[in-house]
Design a protein around this ligand. Structure first.
Ligand code: SF4
Length: 301
C-alpha cells in the first residue's frame, strides 16, 4: 500500500498533562490555542500536497473547536484523519463519538507506563493513567485505527515489557515505543528524563517478544540500528510518510528531511557502519551530552 503524504497540524499547545518529556516546553503558555478559521486556512494551504492529516499540539482534544476542525478537514477531503492525543478525553464516550462522527478515522493515544505510579509520574497529572487506559479501551471499541505511542524515558525503561503486555490486553494492534527527544522540557530535565540507549536494548527485546506472542505489531522510533541488533524490523523510520508540519511559526515542508538534516546526527562510529545509508542516527542532543562511545558500527553481512 502506498504511504500517502500527510499534514501534521498543531492546533495550539494547551494540555491537561505536564509531561516531563514534553517537546513543546513553554509553548503551552505562549499559545494555548489558535482561532478555528486560521487553522482551516492553514489546512487549505497544504491540501494540494497532502492527503492524510494528523491533529496534534499540545493536546488537540483540549481545543474547544476540535470537532468542528475535524469536520472541516473531512470536508476538505483529508483522509485518514488522526487525532494524536494523550488519550484522557477519549475516556468520555461522548467525545469519542463526536470525533468519529466528524470524520476522525484514527487515534494515537499515549501511555507511558503499566501502572499509574509510572505513567502519572511522567505526565505529572494524577489520574491521567486511569483516564488514558480507559480512553484506549474506548478508542479500540469505537472501531477506529488505534496506534499508541509510549515515550521511552529513564523511569519507564524497566517497565516497557509490562507496558507492552498491558497495551496488547487492551486490544491495541500497533504500538510505538519512541525514544525521548531531548528538547523542550525534556532538555531542561535531561538528567532526570533521558536514559542511556544501551539500557533500553533488553527491555525493548522483551517487549518485542511479548508483542509477537500477542499478535500485536510493535515499532520503535529514534532508536538507531546499532541498538536494535536482531530486531531491526522494529525501526519505523522508513515507513513515516512524507510529512508537512504546520506549526505556529510556519511550515516544515518535509519533516523527514528536517529530521535527518537537523533533528538527528551521525558521528565517528557511523563512518564505517554498514547501515549508515538507512540510519538516521540518534537525536542530536543525545551524543552532544553522552558522546559516541556507546555506538558500535554494524558490520556488513
Ligand atoms: S549509522 Fe551510526 S547510529 Fe546508525 S546504526 Fe550505524 S553506528 Fe549506529
Amino acid at each position: 500500500m502506498p504511504i500517502l503524504p500527510r499534514a501534521d497540524l498543531k492546533v495550539g499547545f494547551a494540555c491537561n498533562n505536564r509531561c516531563v518529556f514534553c517537546a513543546q516546553g513553554d509553548k503551552r503558555t505562549e499559545c494555548a490555542s489558535i482561532p478555528l478559521t486560521e487553522l482551516v486556512d492553514r489546512l487549505k494551504s497544504v491540501r494540494d500536497r497532502t492527503q492524510g492529516l494528523v491533529l496534534t499540539g499540545g493536546e488537540p482534544t483540549a481545543y474547544k473547536h476540535i470537532v468542528a476542525l475535524v469536520e472541516a478537514a473531512t470536508h476538505l477531503g483529508f483522509h485518514p484523519i488522526q487525532v494524536q492525543t494523550n488519550g484522557r478525553m477519549l475516556s468520555y464516550e461522548a467525545a469519542i463519538t463526536a470525533l468519529r462522527r466528524a470524520g476522525a478515522t484514527e487515534f494515537s493515544p499515549s501511555l507511558h507506563g503499566s501502572t499509574a505510579e509510572i505513567h502519572d509520574g511522567l505526565t505529572r497529572a494524577p489520574g491521567s493513567w486511569e483516564q488514558s487506559v480507559s480512553g484506549i479501551r474506548n478508542a479500540v471499541r469505537s472501531g477506529a485505527v488505534v496506534v499508541t505511542n509510549s515515550v521511552i524515558a529513564r523511569s519507564n525503561v524497566h517497565d516497557l515489557p509490562a507496558l507492552t503486555a498491558l497495551l496488547a490486553s487492551l486490544g491495541v494492534r500497533q504500538a510505538q515505543l519512541a525514544f525521548v527527544h531531548p528538547v523542550g522540557t525534556a532538555e531542561l530535565l535531561f538528567d532526570e528524563v533521558v536514559p542511556r540507549l544501551a539500557d533500553v536494548v533488553e527491555p525493548v527485546r522483551k517487549a518485542r517478544d511479548l508483542a509477537r506472542a500477542a499478535g500485536m505489531r510493535l515499532v520503535t522510533e529514534a532508536i538507531p540500528y546499532c541498538f536494535l541488533r536482531g530486531m531491526e524490523e522494529l525501526a519505523i523510520e522508513d515507513e513515516i510518510p512524507h510529512t508537512t508540519v504546520v506549526d505556529l511559526d510556519g511550515q516544515i515542508a518535509d519533516y523527514s528531511a528536517w529530521r535527518e538534516a537537523e533533528g538527528k546526527s551521525h558521528g565517528p562510529p557511523c563512518e564505517s557502519c554498514a547501515v549508515r545509508a538507512r540510519c538516521e542516527g540518534p537525536w542530536r542532543e543525545y551524543p552532544a551530552k553522552f558522546g559516541w562511545d556507546e555506538f558500535v558500527p554494524v558490520e556488513a553481512g
